[in-house]
Design a protein around this ligand. Structure first.
Ligand code: HEC
Ligand code: HEC
Ligand code: HEC
Ligand code: HEC
Ligand code: HEC
Ligand code: HEC
Ligand code: HEC
Ligand code: HEC
Ligand code: HEC
Ligand code: HEC
Length: 332
């Protein structure tokens, strides 16, 4: 009972948010009719104003403007099929919320006027919304988790990629998660430039389905550059699978903490074994371990003449990711 109360109050907040969105949506639809364009600054302003005074706007939601999914289905058999295959039909069972949270109208807005007239101008059509507007409709239910809470600041939305570019509510190709295509094909439709990396002789087996782009990246946005994920301990994402590299070590190899794994590895793929950035290990090491560069790394000792013997640096410095027993990484 107590739990219910707490939940109810947070649901009340959610409902309020949704109500605001529904109202903004109807307004948008109305404006659209007049202007015939997508987001104008006037629409933005009206939405912003709504966001500032949810209480005032909440009173404008009128349950009698909703007809329920069963009514919609009588005319939209095809759209209803996809909807029923996915998870969103569950919203119709949710009696803790008002009709603005349930069924078709939770996304398309109050449908009474449309259902009576069959006028497509009287219902929210996603094709008529900007990516930001449509994504905000989805977020009204989905932003309450770490996974999605940064979407509005993501590289994707900033570059006009919204929920509907990757997900399809009515025509999903991958029914689990409602994806328009499975990974990595979905990502390659836009990220052609990274595709060749995963065909190089050495690569993370993404095309083979062993791991996904989304294991390393949060396509919904996050706090790190390149939309990278972090581990639960807020460390580099690589540690989530390569736990043996995470230490802590008595003697750390400094660049692992300062520059990260990408100081020496190319994460997607490489022509070099071990996904190394350079074809010869000595060239990689000497990028930092020479007097000439501006890195706080000691010069390799002078007896390391680059005769054959000293070229294979990791033959001797085997514990290159850190050691608990040896300052010079000769053993683990
Ligand atoms: C009496 C029949 C009828 C009912 C009931 C009805 N619609 Fe429609 N709807 C139509 C017609 C006709 C169109 C315009 C033709 C088209 O685009 O398919 C349309 C168009 C739409 C569109 C725009 C489609 C597009 O291609 O842009 C959406 C979205 C929509 N309806 C959703 C709903 C929802 C949600 C409900 C329930 C609240 C609903 N409809 C109830 C007949 C109906
Ligand atoms: C979770 C949100 C959501 C729900 C619930 C939902 N829709 Fe949609 N609907 C969308 C989106 C997004 C689109 C735009 C096309 C797409 O992405 O699949 C759309 C498109 C449509 C279209 C336009 C035709 C098309 O396929 O593009 C119709 C008609 C429609 N929906 C009707 C309905 C009906 C009827 C229901 C309930 C049975 C419903 N929708 C439930 C989000 C939703
Ligand atoms: C009214 C609230 C609501 C809205 C609005 C909404 N969703 Fe959902 N969504 C849900 C619920 C509830 C589930 C089911 C969660 C579950 O099964 O535990 C869900 C599940 C999902 C899933 C997960 C599917 C899976 O198999 O894990 C995806 C993807 C999704 N929604 C995308 C969207 C997109 C895209 C939009 C906007 C077009 C949207 N949702 C709008 C409530 C909503
Ligand atoms: C760039 C593509 C892309 C965009 C944009 C995107 N998603 Fe996703 N989403 C995915 C992929 C891929 C998965 C499956 C990830 C996996 O397999 O773990 C997913 C999973 C999900 C899931 C189910 C698993 C979970 O994390 O809870 C939900 C819900 C969801 N997305 C909602 C949304 C909503 C809402 C938006 C917009 C605010 C959105 N997505 C935008 C690609 C995208
Ligand atoms: C509809 C096109 C589209 C799809 C699909 C898409 N992206 Fe993107 N993505 C973009 C755009 C546009 C940008 C911003 C410009 C850029 O950096 O390329 C971006 C940016 C990114 C970035 C940040 C790049 C940087 O330089 O900071 C990552 C990482 C990313 N996407 C991963 C993914 C993953 C993983 C998927 C599949 C789950 C995916 N994207 C699907 C269009 C897309
Ligand atoms: C093993 C982890 C991992 C996987 C799997 C992965 N990435 Fe990345 N990705 C990274 C890291 C780390 C960076 C940053 C590289 C840097 O800073 O030099 C990156 C960078 C990017 C960038 C920015 C541009 C660039 O090339 O630096 C894009 C776009 C991108 N990844 C998309 C994808 C896509 C699409 C997939 C799946 C096909 C994918 N990534 C799979 C770790 C990964
Ligand atoms: C989701 C788990 C996962 C994540 C996250 C991950 N890796 Fe991997 N990595 C693997 C697997 C599995 C292999 C095994 C190689 C194979 O057979 O595909 C591998 C192989 C490697 C190899 C080559 C090992 C060899 O013996 O040739 C390197 C180097 C590597 N990963 C570095 C990284 C870096 C750097 C990151 C972070 C950007 C990272 N990995 C993130 C799973 C992961
Ligand atoms: C200073 C350069 C450097 C940095 C930084 C670095 N590595 Fe490495 N890594 C190497 C070298 C060199 C090898 C090849 C060792 C060999 O040939 O024996 C290697 C090999 C590997 C391998 C395959 C062999 C093994 O030991 O399992 C994996 C996996 C790996 N690194 C993951 C990582 C991860 C994860 C990070 C970040 C935590 C990281 N590396 C940071 C230089 C580096
Ligand atoms: C990105 C720059 C960078 C790369 C590449 C790099 N190192 Fe280092 N290395 C450092 C820094 C910085 C230190 C720490 C110096 C300190 O703490 O005084 C260090 C420390 C060391 C030490 C311990 C010496 C000491 O005095 O602490 C050894 C041995 C070493 N590196 C070997 C290698 C080998 C072998 C490679 C190639 C596999 C390599 N390093 C690649 C930057 C690098
Ligand atoms: C045949 C074995 C061997 C090989 C191969 C080797 N080293 Fe060393 N390295 C040593 C020894 C022995 C020391 C000295 C340890 C001491 O002074 O306590 C050392 C010390 C170092 C130090 C520490 C210098 C300091 O001031 O603390 C660095 C840095 C270093 N090596 C880098 C490299 C690099 C880079 C390569 C490859 C180009 C390489 N080593 C190849 C054996 C080797």
């Amino acid at each position: 009972m107590l739990g219910n109360k707490v939940r109810n109050s947070s649901f009340a907040a959610l409902v309020l948010a949704l109500i605001v969105l529904c109202y903004a949506g109807t307004k948008l639809q109305a404006n659209e009719k007049g202007a015939g364009t997508k987001a104008t600054s006037g629409q933005k302003a009206s939405q912003d104003k709504n966001n500032k005074s949810p209480q005032a706007e909440a009173t404008k939601v009128d349950p009698s403007q909703y007809v329920g999914a069963e009514t919609c289905k009588t005319c939209h058999e095809d759209a209803a099929k996809g909807y029923e295959k996915g998870p969103h039909w569950k919203t119709a069972l949710d009696k803790r919320h008002g009709p603005e949270w349930q069924g078709c109208e939770s996304c398309h807005g109050p449908g009474k006027a449309h259902a009576e007239s069959a006028d497509p101008e009287k219902i929210i059509r996603f094709g008529g919304l900007s990516r930001e507007e449509s994504s905000k409709r989805c977020l009204s239910c989905h932003e309450f988790g770490e996974e999605h809470s940064n979407f509005l600041r993501s590289q994707h939305l900033k570059n006009n990629v919204g929920c509907v570019d990757c997900h399809s509510v009515h025509n999903a190709k991958v029914n689990r998660q409602l994806l328009k295509a499975a990974q990595p094909a979905l990502c390659y439709t836009c990220h052609q430039e990274v595709k060749p990396d995963f065909s190089k002789p050495f690569h993370h087996r993404v095309n083979e389905g062993l791991i996904n782009c989304s294991n390393c990246h949060n396509q919904h946005g996050g706090f790190l550059g390149r939309q990278l994920r972090a581990t639960a301990a807020q460390d580099q994402v690589c540690f989530s699978c390569h736990t043996d590299k995470s230490g802590p070590f008595a003697w750390e190899h400094a660049p692992i903490k300062t520059e990260g794994c990408v100081a020496c590895h190319t994460p997607h793929g490489s022509n070099n074994p071990r996904l190394l950035k350079r074809s010869n290990v000595n060239l990689l090491c000497l990028e930092c371990h020479t007097l000439t560069v501006d890195v706080p790394a000691p010069n390799a000792p002078s007896f390391h003449n680059q005769a054959q013997k000293y070229q294979a640096c990791t033959m001797c410095h085997t514990a290159i990711h850190g050691s608990n027993s040896d300052h010079d990484f000769f053993k683990p």
